[in-house]
Design a protein around this ligand. Sequence first.
Ligand code: ATR
Length: 274
Amino acid sequence: MFESGPRIFALFGNPVGHSLSPLMHNTAYCEMQINASYVPFCVRNLEEAVRGIRGLGIKGVSVTIPFKSEVGKHLDGLEESSDRIGAVNTIVNEGGRLRGYNTDWIGFVRDLKEFMPVQGKTFGVLGAGGAARAILFGVLSEGGNPVVLNRTAAKGEALAKEFGCSFLPLSEIGVLKADCIVNTASVGMAPQKENSPLEERALGKFPCVVDIIYNPLETKLLKDARKAGCRTRSGLGMFVHQGAEQIRLWTGTEPPVETMRRVVRERLEENARN
Ligand code: ATR
């Protein structure tokens, strides 16, 4: 069938108004000279929205809160990592067949490896929700040793068991020996910028602290960690790399990662000033 006009990519979430994905993706397509448009949709009915992907010939979709764990059941198949993680953040329309992928763990791993070695290192992974699952999968896939740290023991224990790693109640972080702490809880995300899941005095003994939050660029946790002498990393790189991997899946072409990082960083800095 003859096709004309731009390729359409979409974001499904609710809300989507503050997402930086449209800026990041559209900037990338422009620089790549790909005739494409990335459109955010505030989804009211997920099943109908997924039908719309086929009906409208949308080539690829990013999936965000609150649909990542729910969307899989409406698709035609899941790639292995998204199945194991139990979350889909990327849909690829493969000639009318919709396949779910997870690029969050890939984004995390790419950025983490730019920051520190992973193989054989111990990572305290704070939180036991959907985000923690992608991080655990990523750390394990690179030969790291994750320890689940969670406030609610039952939830943390169950997650640790599922991924074959150990668990420590968050209140016992004082006994943990780890090379790095990774926060996966949304505590500290804008607009709750003054909150942190850990007290400052718990941080100093860890060489590295990573927060997967990218807004603000420096969360209270990272500010405290920096003051305590830890090396720190925000979620910006993970966000950029998960989007870059979506572009690779949808277009088969290498995206301009540094341009993507720059536009997102500049927008976050601009938002912080206003
Ligand atoms: P997501 O699926 O986006 O990762 P979630 O399912 O709400 O989000 O999970 C959030 C995780 O952050 C949970 O593990 C939660 O701990 P509990 O299981 O004890 O609820 C953790 N979390 C949330 N607020 C926290 C806080 N103030 N301090 C420590 N952990 C917190």
